[in-house]
Design a protein around this ligand. Structure first.
Ligand code: GDP
Length: 170
C-alpha cells in the first residue's frame, strides 16, 4: 500500500493527527530496549482506499537541542519512504527556523507535500492558514487534529495523489 509520512517539529500535533487518522491500527518500530522509537507506522482507510502512514516524529523526546538533527532525520525518513508527505505546523505560533528548514528540504524534493496548519480550532481558520503559503506550499489545509476540523479535505487531497492499485484487465 502507498505510504503517507507526517513530519514537523515537536509539539505541532503530529501524534495527535496520526492518532486521529489511524485510530488504534498502529505499530511502533524499534520498540525494544535500547532502540530509539523514532517512527511509528499505522494504517489508514479513507473512502474505501487504504494507505500506510508513518509519524516520523516517533517518540523522540522533545528536547530543543535535538531539533536541527531531528528535522533532517524526519526529512530523510519521509523522502526515502513516502509517496506523499504531510508537513504539520502550529497555526497558533510564529513559524520558527526548523519549520522553514524542513519546508525547504521537503519542497526541494519535488514530492507531493501538503501543509497542515494545525490547532485551527475555531471558525476563522481558512484565511489564517493562507499566511502559511509563504512557506512555498501550493496545498495548504487548515486543520484541528484535536477537534477533527478540516481533516476530510486534507485526506481527499492526499489520497488523490497516491498511486492507485493496479486494476486487472477483464
Ligand atoms: P507532536 O510532538 O508534534 O507529536 O505533537 P502532539 O500531538 O504531542 O501535540 C502537542 C500538543 O498540542 C498536545 O498538548 C496536544 O494536545 C496539542 N494539540 C494537538 N493538536 C491540537 C489541535 O488541533 N488544537 C489544539 N488546541 N491543540 C492541539
Amino acid at each position: 500500500a502507498p505510504l503517507i509520512a507526517v513530519c514537523g517539529r515537536p509539539n505541532v500535533g503530529k501524534s495527535t493527527l496520526f492518532n486521529r487518522l489511524t485510530g488504534t491500527r498502529r505499530s511502533i518500530v524499534g520498540d525494544e530496549p535500547g532502540i530509539t522509537r523514532d517512527r511509528i507506522y499505522g494504517e489508514i482507510e479513507w473512502q474505501s482506499e487504504y494507505a500506510r502512514i508513518v509519524d516520523t516524529g516517533g517518540v523522540v523526546p522533545d528536547d530543543e537541542a535535538l531539533i536541527p538533527s531531528e528535522i533532517y532525520r524526519q526529512a530523510r525518513v519521509a523522502l526515502d519512504e513516502a509517496d506523499a508527505i504531510i508537513m504539520v505546523v502550529d497555526g497558533r505560533t510564529e513559524l520558527a527556523a526548523p519549520d522553514l528548514e524542513l519546508a525547504r528540504i521537503l519542497l526541494r524534493s519535488g514530492k507531493h507535500i501538503f501543509l497542515a496548519v494545525n490547532k485551527m480550532d475555531t471558525v476563522q481558520i481558512t484565511s489564517d492558514a493562507e499566511n502559511f503559503r509563504q512557506l512555498g506550499f501550493r496545498d495548504v489545509f487548515a486543520i484541528s487534529a484535536e477537534h477533527n476540523n478540516g481533516i476530510g479535505d486534507l485526506l481527499d487531497a492526499v489520497f488523490e495523489t497516491l498511486p492507485r492499485p493496479e486494476v486487472e484487465a477483464p
